[in-house]
Write a protein that binds this ligand. Structure first.
Ligand code: ADP
Ligand code: MG
Length: 314
């Protein structure tokens, strides 16, 4: 197996379940339900920029799709179709087998058809476009946050950036915590089901990929509001409180948790959806009229913090 076409046929052409025409022609054809809109997003993963050299290829296959699914989750959509464009320095069958296994493990878990893509020789890079459906005009935007909304977050923050720091030898962690953090970094779980069911009960939503502060600021700017957060209410490891290394929680990237705002009266619905979808959620603060972001400690004192998140060109 030495050609581009054999690679596609062997590793990437899989049975499709919800697509009119998949891999094999010049383009794919998909049917969209009446009264729904397409929701589309792309994410690139480039070696040494988005992932370390020698990352487990199966984990990389999972993560490439998972980070894309997270964007559709943040829009309240149902992800259905993906395209995969990949450049490889050489044909490595062991790598391709593991990568495609990880990719399709994620695709099967979340009901995604791979419908096309492109394959080329080049430095290792992966670019995925994800498409999903959303009920007409029910997309969850960044711009809808209202004063006095609760600010919610899923899961635990900071794990992925702690995992990266520990792999890079910059952070020493107990063995079991290290395993948990590296798993969060390499195999994030996109909050697809929660995002989809939330859409009627929330005012705004974003997925946290570049750090809590930076991504919350996107909501604040788009919605023309401010926020007050309680540091102690942000869900994270005990290690963070003990070591006071809050930068992992506030500025660390790659969490792929959802951050959303909703009226206080919707708490019971939101808690019900979280329970149904088996997702941990926490209220970490409130949307304010004053267009700044404040973080308070237990005694109600404003703490100073680094406002920067991840920025490729910073
Ligand atoms: P073209 O030359 O017309 O662009 P290609 O030879 O690039 O076609 O691709 C042939 C078919 O294989 C197309 O259906 C394309 O979408 C699909 N394809 C190519 N690379 C991949 C990939 N990595 N994953 C899934 N489908 C792919
Ligand atoms: Mg092509």
């Amino acid at each position: 197996m030495t050609s581009e076409f054999e690679i596609i046929e062997h590793y990437f052409k899989k049975k499709i379940k919800q697509t009119a025409l998949g891999v094999g022609d010049d383009a794919a054809i998909i049917n969209v339900q009446k009264n729904y809109q397409l929701v589309i997003s792309s994410d690139m993963l480039i070696e040494n920029i988005h992932f370390l050299k020698n990352t487990n290829p199966s984990h990389l296959g999972w993560k490439s799709l998972a980070v894309n699914l997270s964007d559709i989750a943040a829009m309240g959509g149902k992800p259905k179709w993906a395209t995969l464009s990949i450049s490889l320095p050489k044909i490595n069958h062991v790598w391709l087998k593991k990568f495609s296994e990880g990719f399709f493990k994620c695709a099967n878990q979340f009901g995604i058809d791979l419908v096309g893509g492109d394959t080329s020789k080049g430095p290792l890079s992966i670019s995925i476009t994800i498409m999903g459906e959303i009920k007409k005009n029910q997309g969850l935007l960044r711009s809808g946050a209202k004063i006095n909304d609760d600010i919610w977050v899923t899961g635990q923050l900071g794990l992925a950036s702690m995992g990266l720091a520990s792999l890079q030898g910059e952070l020493k962690l107990a063995p079991s915590l290290k395993v948990k953090c590296i798993k969060a970094l390499e195999m994030p779980t996109p909050k697809v089901s929660l995002g989809y069911h939330l859409s009627r009960h929330t005012n705004s939503c974003i997925d946290i990929s570049d750090g809590l502060i930076q991504d919350l600021n996107h909501i604040l700017k788009a919605s023309k509001v401010g926020a007050a957060l309680l540091l102690n209410d942000i869900p994270c490891e005990k290690f963070i409180h003990a070591s006071k290394q809050y930068q992992f929680v506030l500025n660390g990237g790659d969490d792929y948790e959802l951050l959303f705002t909703a009226p206080k009266k919707n708490r019971p619905y939101i808690e019900k959806i979280a329970k149904k979808t088996n997702t941990a959620i926490s209220v970490i603060g409130v949307i304010t009229q004053n267009k700044t972001l404040k973080i308070m400690d237990q005694k109600g004192r404003s703490i100073s913090f680094n406002k920067k998140g991840f920025d490729h060109f910073a």
